[in-house]
Design a protein around this ligand. Structure first.
Ligand code: UD1
Length: 417
């Protein structure tokens, strides 16, 4: 396995492009299953999770073509309804193929999805929502068979929690269902709105986009289109923090400012000077970061759970004590033990993590999951001395060309095979 050698303590200065959003492109690729024509996406990030989504589409009989940041999927040749166990296990997002397969083919066979280990990540809400739309679910030998012998029918649905994946599955299934679906307490994440906009470009009829009440009027058929994937807010905030923790100054190009709101206010509270003009966000770090008094993860428009770990690294090198409360996932502090190896002073009590700001020193650490890995990479950039980072495959899932990008703005790092 490769390791990354990082010489910490170098200020990062310069300009970086922001790629298309991982959490948007994955449901968008799944949605192509609904469309019996060619669909082209531009601004696609190059990520291992995208490779898995393309492998799933290929397995289902769709034709896929990738040319740089452009991906074309032709669903005209869709010929299978089952996703092999090996592909399902590779990422959590594989579950968002369920709704579109069911809607287009009337059946789907999947197993439980994999992905980052953030505690239990059940799919009960996905299944019960699809059942309300008319699906029957049976389980045998660890495989789920979901079918809708009499087709899907629109209905009124209310989610107990605004789950992102459940909302996406319902939207895709309801787009080809008979009649109208009204979804209450839908997830309002910007990536969900991106999916709605794409589906509407293909001829779906979804209103209430961006809100918590979505109305989907089912249509008989969708058509192809060309669609640009929205910018990645987690990539943006991770590089903004790379500037923050190294006392640097970065200009991030191609960002979507509106989707960043809850994280930008914490960056400002920590003393960063921000300037946003059109699609460019400039971040200038103070001489010493200030602590973040209380950061609590919440569904959008609250503070994103995915940004918790990277912000904890900033808190490790800030002046004072920061408090983080995780409310979305049960096990989001797996990176904490690794940060402690670098000198971090963090106390965890259940869902609350208290970080006493000080300084970090280099150490040998392992990435624990995607965002925890980002937190450790930021820590290595901020630390005094040298660090070695292992389990880099977690970073490959979410950060396109991250090594090149960081090197380009002054990071001293190289890969040891
Ligand atoms: C998506 C994002 C992930 C982000 C998360 C929350 C993608 C590819 N991933 O994940 O980066 O951290 O939203 O913003 O877009 N739950 C259940 N039963 C279910 C479904 C979910 O109990 O059937 C629970 C989960 O265990 C978790 C919470 O609901 O505790 C939130 O999950 P959800 O919003 O569905 O997240 P994902 O769609 O998996």
């Amino acid at each position: 396995m490769d390791e990354l050698y990082v010489e910490g303590g170098h200020r990062l200065v310069g300009e970086l492009p922001i790629h298309g959003a991982k959490n948007s492109v994955l449901p968008l690729l799944a949605a192509t299953v609904l469309v019996p024509q060619a669909v082209t996406f531009t601004n696609c990030p190059s990520l291992s999770d995208v490779d898995v989504a393309l492998a799933i589409l290929g397995n289902l009989g769709c034709k896929t073509r990738q040319n740089g940041t452009c991906i074309t999927v032709d669903g005209a040749t869709l010929s299978a309804v089952g996703i092999p166990d090996g592909l399902m296990r590779q990422m959590r997002s594989s579950i968002v193929f369920l709704g579109p397969l069911l809607a287009r083919c009337g059946e789907a066979t999947v197993s439980l999805p994999g992905g980052c280990e953030l505690g239990p990540r059940p799919i009960d809400w996905h299944l019960s929502a699809l059942e309300k739309l008319g699906a029957q679910v049976t389980e045998s030998a660890g495989r789920l068979c979901v079918c809708a012998p009499r087709g899907l029918r629109g209905c009124e649905l209310s989610l107990a929690f605004p789950s992102v994946g459940t909302t996406e599955n319902v939207l895709m299934a309801a787009s080809l269902a008979k009649g109208v679906t009204v979804l209450h307490n839908a997830a309002q994440e910007p990536e969900v709105a991106d999916l709605c906009r794409f589906l509407n470009c293909c001829g779906a009829r979804i209103t209430g986009v961006g809100g918590s009440r979505l109305v989907v009027e089912g249509v008989a058929r969708l058509h192809g289109c060309t669609y640009r994937v929205m910018p990645d807010r987690m990539e943006t905030i991770t590089y903004a923090l790379a500037a923050a923790v190294t006392g640097g100054e970065l200009s991030l190009v191609g960002v979507d400012k509106a989707s960043l709101c809850p994280t930008l206010s914490v960056l400002e509270e920590m003393g960063c000077a921000l300037h946003c003009e059109k699609r460019r966000l400039s971040v200038k770090a103070p001489t010493r970061l200030a602590c973040a008094r209380g950061v609590r993860s919440m569904p959008y428009p609250g503070f994103p759970t995915d940004a918790m770990a990277p912000f904890m690294t900033a808190a490790c090198v800030a002046n004072g004590t920061s408090v983080f409360t995780e409310t979305v996932f049960e096990n989001r502090y797996r990176h904490v033990d690794e940060l402690r190896r670098m000198g971090a002073r963090i106390r965890v009590n259940g869902r609350v993590a208290v970080v006493d700001g000080d300084s970090l020193h280099g150490a040998t650490v392992q990435c624990t999951d995607l965002r925890g890995g980002a937190a450790l990479l930021l820590a290595a950039l901020a630390a005094d001395g040298e660090s070695r980072l292992g389990a880099l495959q977690h970073l490959e899932r979410g950060y396109p060309a991250w090594e090149d990008k960081l090197r380009r703005v002054g990071a001293q790092l190289y890969r040891i095979k």
